[in-house]
Design a protein around this ligand. Structure first.
Ligand code: FE
Length: 182
């Protein structure tokens, strides 16, 4: 009888512990955030240094808004983008492939409703292409590495370049500079 009690005690303890471990595993699972697609597979440039994905791969990788702007040359509604009023110091990267595109030092308030920069981060950050859609002659700005649409460049910008790179927030990722200053 005593032996049976001991067995029962051990069994009960084991069951309680098992349930506890299972429960702690369940609650430690990260919550899914559907607004930003995370855990993206690393992109590897091809021999020409370009990132080339199929349309299905882009769709899988991007949010609906990012896909519309980056891959279908869409334009986000003016004044609504998350970086329009961003004044923090840091760098802006391509939301498609993570390529460095712009520096906060060249960002200014154009009053247009979209983030504006007077020049790209480097000479090879963006590609500029003639665009005659919507009955206008404009110059489209694309990510040099993955060909994703970023926005347009106009010649009404401030000094020193006189250029205005008018870019969709949806095309950008922002990484603030480290706040540690020593
Ligand atoms: Fe890109």
């Amino acid at each position: 009888m005593r032996y049976q009690k001991k067995l029962l005690f051990l069994f009960t303890t084991f069951m309680i512990l098992s349930v506890f471990i299972m429960y702690s595993n369940i609650i430690s699972q990260p919550k899914k955030d559907t607004s930003v697609k995370k855990d993206k597979k690393e992109l590897i440039p091809n021999a020409e240094g370009k990132i080339v994905l199929t349309d299905a791969e882009w769709k899988e990788r991007l949010t609906d808004e990012e896909y519309h702007v980056l891959r279908q040359k869409g334009t986000e509604q003016g004044g609504t983008g998350k970086f329009y009023h961003n004044k923090a110091d840091g760098k802006y990267y391509c939301a498609g492939c993570g390529y460095e595109l712009f520096d906060s030092e060249t960002k200014y308030d154009s009053g247009s409703g979209w983030p504006a920069f007077f020049k790209p981060a480097t000479d090879s950050s963006v590609a500029e292409i003639d665009d005659s859609t919507l009955g206008m002659r404009r110059i489209e700005v694309k990510c040099q590495r993955c060909d994703s649409h970023l926005g347009h460049v106009f010649d009404d910008g401030p000094n020193p370049t006189g250029l205005r790179y008018c870019v969709n927030s949806a095309s950008l990722l922002f990484k603030p500079d480290s706040t540690e200053k020593k």
